[in-house]
Design a protein. Structure first.
Length: 367
């Protein structure tokens, strides 16, 4: 939801915008506090859910004209964020099982090309004015912690505080091996320690850390990110390890709706996952209600989906009316942000599907 408000916050996840009466500050806050604020007359509701668009930085999105066109179409369509995925190299022989397909095969292997995520994000930031940027998700072990923290802080500052950082541990051993990063089977521990290092570098006046994978002391790390205390960190993943990571360090939970091992592809299954997150947060003394609830709709949407005879409809796909109904059902379960992807092999088809999504599907959805 978006609000005009006198309520000034020092930090919040990118869910709703508030502006003080002097118009000097714009900050963001999770809508879990929306109802109480509205009842007190502190804010005025103008919409009820944030929506994002996943842009693949390959194919039409792998060149400047296509990436620019898609980013501007998303912003002109009043979407709240652009999500960018993270691959650095594509190995020729991949034996690792892709967790988001039924057969374990990664469809991206057939394409091969990929732009580096943070660099592509900087390009998008320079070609847009207001839309937020989301790493979806950054494979945390792929970059040395201090360098990654600097890259992200630079993007955050140059985008005027428009960055949300989706984080994950990664799934492809062959890519990790090619990058020469810490051992793949230690990626969970590496991810946790790197995120701790990010926070130390972004918030401490004189950062220092001595861990198993990260060590630094007596360093100047400036400029700090504009968002305080640091850019929102959304943890991707659906399983137990990801749930624990969200509960410990996450400002938001960002699962996908199609991990066959941990399906969250209906509102009911999502609610069960959210309950597990709340329980994990409570064990650590956190209030799960303060953790932003985002959701990646894995399957692309098509303008002509209603004409695809013989194709079983997947939740958050299909006709505009069907998608709006699904959005409403997920909103009732506490989902605050949904990130979509659109179908299409050619740029013209992709742009046509973005226009359909923003013009016919999303207006009024989730209210």
């Amino acid at each position: 939801m978006r609000f005009q408000s006198t309520y000034l916050l020092s930090y919040a996840a990118p869910r709703a915008h508030f502006k003080n009466v002097l118009g000097l500050f714009k900050v963001e806050q999770s809508t879990r506090h929306v109802a109480s604020l509205a009842m007190l007359g502190i804010c005025e509701e103008t919409s009820s859910m944030d929506f994002g668009l996943m842009i693949m930085a390959r194919g039409p999105g792998g060149r400047a004209p296509g990436l620019t066109a898609m980013a501007r179409a998303a912003e002109d369509g009043d979407l709240d964020m652009i999500a960018i995925n993270d691959h650095v190299v594509v190995p020729g022989d991949i034996n690792s099982a892709y967790p988001y397909s039924n057969n374990g095969v990664w469809p991206g292997a057939a394409v091969g090309e990929c732009l580096e995520m943070v660099t592509a994000g900087s390009f998008i930031a320079a070609t847009t004015k207001k839309i937020r940027l989301l790493s979806s998700v950054m494979v945390v072990p792929y970059r040395p912690a201090v360098l990654a923290a600097k890259m992200l802080a630079t993007l955050e500052v140059l985008s005027n505080g428009r960055l949300t950082i989706g984080c994950g541990a990664g799934w492809m051993k062959e890519e990790a091996d090619a990058l020469g990063v810490p051992p793949f089977n230690e990626r969970g521990k590496v991810t946790d320690e790197y995120i701790d290092a990010f926070k130390e570098l972004w918030t401490a006046k004189t950062p220092s850390m001595s861990g198993d994978y990260v060590r630094f002391d007596d360093v100047v790390f400036e400029p700090k990110p504009l968002q305080k205390p640091h850019p929102p960190i959304w943890i991707g993943g659906e399983g137990a390890a990801a749930t624990r990571r969200v509960a410990r360090v996450g400002d938001g939970w960002y699962p996908s709706n199609h991990n066959p091992a941990h399906l969250l592809n209906t509102p009911e299954l999502y609610a069960q996952g959210a309950a597990r997150l709340d329980a994990a947060a409570e064990k650590l003394g956190r209030n799960g209600a303060e953790i932003h609830r985002a959701y990646l709709a894995f399957y692309p949407v098509f303008k002509n989906a209603a004409d695809r005879a013989g194709v079983d409809r997947v939740c958050l796909t299909g006709s505009a009316a069907a998608i709006r109904d699904d959005i409403g059902a997920f909103a009732k379960e506490g989902v605050e942000t949904i990130v979509f992807s659109v179908g299409g092999m050619e740029l013209s088809e992709i742009l046509d599907n973005i226009a359909w999504l923003t013009g016919e599907v999303l207006p009024g959805a989730g209210n």
